[in-house]
Design a protein around this ligand. Structure first.
Ligand SMILES: C[S@@+](CC[C@H](N)C(=O)[O-])C[C@H]1O[C@@H](n2cnc3c(N)ncnc32)[C@H](O)[C@@H]1O
Length: 227
């Protein structure tokens, strides 16, 4: 396991939560990059570290439900004209985005590995599944869209579950100030390295947030690369 400027990875979520925000953000950035490019780095220890952090935050997660927080996902879905039958909101937290997603998909499944997040989730149109995004309990090529808002990208597992013509939507509500963050170029790189040239990424910014959509190249996109 790698170390960072703040020393070895911490195992006490309370210590990390209490740490300076920049230390917390740096650690989440580090994990975001590690799991996107080296999924084998996602250990049980790391999963416990992350889960404990979000378990502690679950009860007050509703404070994030603001127009500014919701806007980048809405903008991405509009820009990509993304609709479909089944959407997976992976790392859904308390399902803040389910109203947005239910307006575009017949069926939304909110997936999180924090039981506390799911216990505090809005009950609406979504189904809820307690699972680790590193090992999703869904069939190959079963989802029309995978949505990740401020959530780690497990690229190979996302590609396995996504339909060949499906869309992966990666949103960072505060761009690179978001703790769980990958820059759009890295989102594209993590996905395209699995499937060389057939995927194409489009990116955009909305307010303080940014988003990346990765999907299979269509004929009218030939010649436009992701990077
Ligand atoms: C920053 S929160 C974002 C929650 C939600 N997407 C939102 O925008 O309100 C990240 C969420 O991802 C979940 N998470 C992190 N790693 C995960 C994993 N490997 N599998 C499933 N959920 C995970 C956390 O429990 C937490 O609820």
């Amino acid at each position: 396991m790698t170390t960072n400027a703040f020393g070895p990875p911490k195992t006490s979520s309370e210590a990390l939560t209490a740490a300076a925000p920049d230390a917390f953000t740096a650690r989440m950035h580090e994990i975001s990059h590690l799991v996107a490019f080296d999924p084998g780095s996602w250990s049980q220890e790391m999963a416990n570290e992350v889960r404990s952090i979000f378990d502690l935050r679950a009860e007050n997660w509703f404070i994030h439900e603001t127009d500014a927080y919701l806007a980048p996902l809405d903008a991405a879905l509009q820009a990509g004209e993304i609709v479909g039958r089944h959407c997976l909101d992976i790392g859904s937290g308390t399902a803040i985005h389910e109203t947005t997603l239910a307006s575009r998909f017949d069926h939304v499944t909110a997936v999180d590995f924090s039981l506390q997040m799911l216990r505090n989730a809005k009950r609406g149109q979504a189904d809820f599944v307690l699972a680790d995004a590193a090992q999703l309990p869904f069939a190959d090529h079963s989802a029309d869209a995978i949505v990740l808002v401020n959530m780690f990208l497990f690229a190979a597992e996302s590609a396995r579950v996504l339909k060949p013509e499906g869309s992966l939507v990666f949103v960072s509500t505060r761009a690179n100030e978001t703790p769980i963050y990958l820059d759009p170029g890295d989102v594209a790189a993590a996905m395209t390295r699995l499937d060389d040239s057939s995927l194409v990424a489009t990116t955009g910014a909305t307010g303080p947030g940014c988003w990346t959509i990765v999907r299979r190249r269509t004929n009218d996109q030939s010649g436009k690369g992701a990077r």
